[in-house]
Design a protein around this ligand. Sequence first.
Ligand SMILES: Nc1ncnc2c1ncn2[C@@H]1O[C@H](COP(=O)(O)OP(=O)(O)OP(=O)(O)O)[C@@H](O)[C@H]1O
Ligand SMILES: [Mg+2]
Length: 336
Amino acid sequence: MVRTIIQTENMSFTYPDGTSALHNINIEINEGERVAIVGSNGAGKSTLFAHFNGINKPTSGLIKIDGEPAVYEKKELLQIRQKVGIVFQNPDDQLFAPTVVEDVAFGPMNLGLSDDEVDERVEEALKLVGMSGLEKRAPHHLSGGQKKRVAIAGILAMRPEIMVLDEPTTGLDPKGVDQVMEILYMLNSEDMSIIIASHDVEMVTQFADKIFVLHDGEIIGQGTPEEIFNDPETLKKAHLRPPKSAELLHLLNNNGFPCDIKLTVEEASHEILHTLGAESYHRLLHLVKNKLQHDLLHVLGDEKYHEMLHVLERNQKYVHQSRAQPLLNIENTSNK
Ligand SMILES: Nc1ncnc2c1ncn2[C@@H]1O[C@H](COP(=O)(O)OP(=O)(O)OP(=O)(O)O)[C@@H](O)[C@H]1O
Ligand SMILES: [Mg+2]
């Protein structure tokens, strides 16, 4: 049976200065889900997250954690915070101890664990985020990306059931992004629910199985990445853009090459292959490498352009190899 771990009912929140930040939020998040909250600056993502572990208390409506309405007393809050670990948007809001090792140990120590257990968890968490060896460093002297990793380690060491990460990849280099995403996939494969807030549509598309779109404190859309990024009106309202591969397929669609909108480069290349058929595919590849190169570099950026080119070229081989066969069934699908 599906276990709902976070559920809000008409939850609204107004800050003490009168800023109304959330209005009638109704969301459900289930055990083991990978959820992304997307929305532009000031939409209310961080405000919403601070409700998930009881930092913020709804002004009206309610939030249930693991089926129980949140209770804002010391004992109950401790229980909630053991269950829900939040990695803040800004690591400086989280890191405070004089050394990395003390910072990561702080949470587990407060759980009343033995010294050995604390040491083991700290070592494991630092290893997972690739920060072993920096135990004695002062957190405030680390780089932005290193701080982020230590902040994640501090929460990992608590072994929460639900991990909430506010902008987990901001400020990380591409390798750092991959490492953090790998950690999140690994934790999720062990049934941990992961909730992230992000502006990074490429990452969100790959990662999330459920997306909530937040705009001006309201949920204006929810669904799978496919549903959300095929809904131009909601995206426009929320000031979000679709992933680059979807933009590319829209571009093709608008230029007389009917195709379904796909969200990853890999899927998009297959869609192009199927839509165009082998011969046109080669013509397209020629265009991409020559006449359209300048425009595509502009739309996609250097990295995505070369990623796309790589996939297209790889699939070109595939087309050659498949020529003898009935063109990969392209003839049957090219009119869809
Ligand atoms: N402590 C506070 N007091 C008053 N208003 C606040 C406070 N923190 C946030 N706000 C306001 O609440 C609204 C939502 O802010 P929030 O930080 O939740 O947005 P966000 O979606 O996380 O944005 P970003 O993408 O920039 O992180 C904004 O209008 C913001 O100005
Ligand atoms: Mg925020």
